[in-house]
Design a protein around this ligand. Structure first.
Ligand code: UT7
Length: 335
């Protein structure tokens, strides 16, 4: 029997800072609206020609995580890459990381679960390590949203929220069964698939069909979101799935040392914080600086919280996410 633990963390965001003021120059929005409704002050966007892609950002985060874990590239047994914005339609970005890190024929798998992608990936890594099959797994969450957003007033309800960036964790074998990843809890509800989705291009609507229609009003190739419905479901599901994880491990909310919620909206995080009676020291938010980086958001926030010394050995750390699918999940860790 083995347990698994996070042995190293890393993050990477592009240098290019885009403020709310910058956005208000190109679309009908304002710094006040964005801060009041989301808490976001700025986000990072890849700049054309700066060399960043979903895979390369993941690699930069991974290099830091591997260094901190004290493992060499040839000790990585599996790459799990969570993203909704892979470099190519296919293959996934995991294989690009294998090539960029030069890990000979290491298996690589992409996880397509949007905002919950990192939780699903951590859960998958945990099972491979606990079964004894693999010792060290590189788990990456990375997104390049900026190039695919509708940066006009028409897309303002979505475009102001999302940012680019990557986070990574090395999940390693842990012999002490009282420590490490205790459990993950995963859910989905596909009836809401189109409430937060990017519909085209897809096998329902291939590129030739889009070109043939020659419709300048076609917005199916931009992400669309029923914001209020997503918000309402998010606050319920976040709370449920955190409680499910705590109960499973005989823990109570006051035993949470650090909650890392997916950075969807500061108001959602604050609702959950209040619901569980957590102080400012028991939650880490950074949506103010990076916006919503989807699969990147939890590993970026976790890395930052750890770097700032907010997570100590023995702490109960809770990760929780909700998003497109709908999918949601939580992971409970004794650090
Ligand atoms: O990570 C994946 C999960 N995603 C989420 O959890 C997101 C959940 N949803 C949300 O965070 C919020 O619903 C939003 C931040 C997306 C929107 O906030 P809201 O308070 O729900 O606003 P709303 O969509 O109800 O829109 C209110 C008004 C509308 O104008 P009218 O109809 O009242 O005149 C919008 O057209 O705000 C307008 N609006 C904007 N105004 C300025 C929408 N986007 C903008 C904008 N700037 N960027």
């Amino acid at each position: 029997m083995y347990n698994s633990k996070i042995s190293g963390l890393g993050m990477y965001v592009p240098e290019n800072v885009v403020t709310n003021e910058d956005l208000s120059k190109i679309m009908d929005t304002s710094n006040e609206w964005i801060i009041e409704r989301t808490g976001i002050k700025e986000r990072r966007h890849i700049k054309k020609g700066d060399g960043n892609t979903t895979a390369t950002m993941g690699v930069e985060a991974a290099k830091i995580a591997m260094k901190r874990a004290g493992i060499e590239k040839n000790e990585i047994d599996l790459i799990l890459f969570a993203t909704l914005s892979p470099d190519y339609y296919f293959p996934g970005s995991g294989v690009l990381v294998q090539e960029l890190l030069d890990i000979p024929t290491c298996p690589a798998m992409d996880i397509r679960n949007q905002c919950s992608g990192f939780i699903y990936a951590i859960s998958t890594a945990d099972q491979y390590v606990k079964s004894g099959m693999y010792k060290n797994i590189l788990v990456i969450g990375s997104e390049n949203h900026s190039g695919g957003l509708d940066m006009t007033s028409r897309g303002r309800g979505v475009s102001v929220i999302f940012g680019d960036g990557a986070g990574a964790a090395v999940v390693s074998r842990e012999e002490d069964l009282t420590k490490g990843i205790l459990s993950s809890h995963l859910h989905s509800e596909g009836k809401y698939a189109e409430e937060l989705a990017l519909i085209s291009p897809s096998t329902n609507r291939w590129v030739p069909e889009i070109i043939d229609s020659n419709d300048s009003e076609d917005i199916s190739y931009y992400p669309n979101m029923n914001g209020q419905l997503v918000f309402k479901n998010a606050v319920v599901r976040f709370s449920e799935v955190i409680m499910e994880g705590l109960k499973h491990n005989n823990l109570s909310p006051d035993q949470i040392d650090m909650l890392i919620p997916h950075q969807a909206n500061l108001r959602i995080s604050q609702f959950v914080q209040k619901r569980f009676g957590l102080s400012e020291n028991q939650i880490h938010n950074n949506i103010q600086k990076y916006g919503n980086t989807t699969a990147g958001s939890i590993p970026i926030a976790l890395t930052e919280a750890w770097q700032e010394g907010k997570i100590k050995e023995g702490d109960i750390v809770v990760l929780a996410a909700f998003g497109s699918g709908f999918t949601w999940g939580s992971t409970i860790i004794r650090w």
